[in-house]
Design a protein around this ligand. Structure first.
Ligand SMILES: C[S@@+](CC[C@H](N)C(=O)[O-])C[C@H]1O[C@@H](n2cnc3c(N)ncnc32)[C@H](O)[C@@H]1O
Length: 212
């Protein structure tokens, strides 16, 4: 039981802030597993060629790559808590980084190292679960977004069971309804709405979209 609990804790820690060899494996695996919701989230942003885009918690950098392909005359920046993920994602986006179109650094959502109103579009995928100071995080998103810009927060809220039915996870559903949507509205986002995304493996995904 103790070993099982230790493994579960290690697994949680590696998803919260992947590090070392295990972190690299976890990051790559997440990148593959999260491809459907990552592609969908990038599409929701409606990225224009000259846009400046921010991704928070980019993990292995798949979303950064997709965004950079669409913002082909613009810039894509990223912040992740894990130094190791910054290294992995930089390698994955080396060409665009050399061209000065992709810039990735270590940091946290709660204190973004950017000026006010810098980004046209912001996305974050499977990270909101880890934000301890979520109101501060939503304020930071709002602060760095340009007027007219859009932010998308994608999260998992449940699972498809063996009978093909959706099993809603109550703690994640309440995070969506009681923290994410009201939090975004409270800091000033307009037209805050949720959209059901593609199922990814056996998990269901929802995005919360807000405009500034
Ligand atoms: C579950 S992984 C998701 C990675 C990627 N978005 C994906 O879907 O594959 C969470 C990522 O968010 C990062 N992260 C966690 N807390 C963060 C914070 N407060 N600020 C920035 N990044 C954070 C972690 O380092 C990790 O790379």
């Amino acid at each position: 039981m103790k070993v099982k609990q230790q493994l579960a804790d290690m697994w949680d820690r590696q998803h919260r802030c992947p590090d070392g060899i295990v972190g690299w494996l976890v990051g790559e695996r997440m990148g593959r597993q999260h491809r459907p919701e990552t592609t969908w989230t990038v599409d929701l942003l409606d990225i224009q060629p000259t846009d400046t885009v921010l991704e928070i918690g980019f993990g292995a950098g798949q979303g950064i790559k997709l965004a950079a392909a669409q913002a082909c005359e613009g810039h894509v920046m990223g912040i992740d808590l894990s130094e190791d993920m910054v290294r992995v994602a930089r390698r994955r986006n080396a060409q665009a980084a050399r061209a000065g179109r992709v810039m990735l650094s270590q940091g946290s959502i709660t204190a973004l190292p950017f000026e006010d109103q810098q980004f046209d579009k912001i996305m974050t995928i499977h990270t909101v679960y880890f934000w301890s100071e979520s109101l501060q995080a939503f304020s930071e998103l709002y602060r760095v977004l340009k007027p007219g810009g859009r932010a998308v927060i994608t999260l998992c809220t449940g699972k498809i069971n063996e009978r093909g039915e959706v099993e809603v996870w109550s703690s994640f559903q309440s995070m969506l309804e009681e923290r994410v949507i009201p939090g975004m509205q409270q800091v000033g986002f307009k037209d805050v709405r949720q959209e059901r995304g593609p199922d990814s493996r056996q998990y269901t995904n929802v995005a919360v979209i807000g405009e500034k």
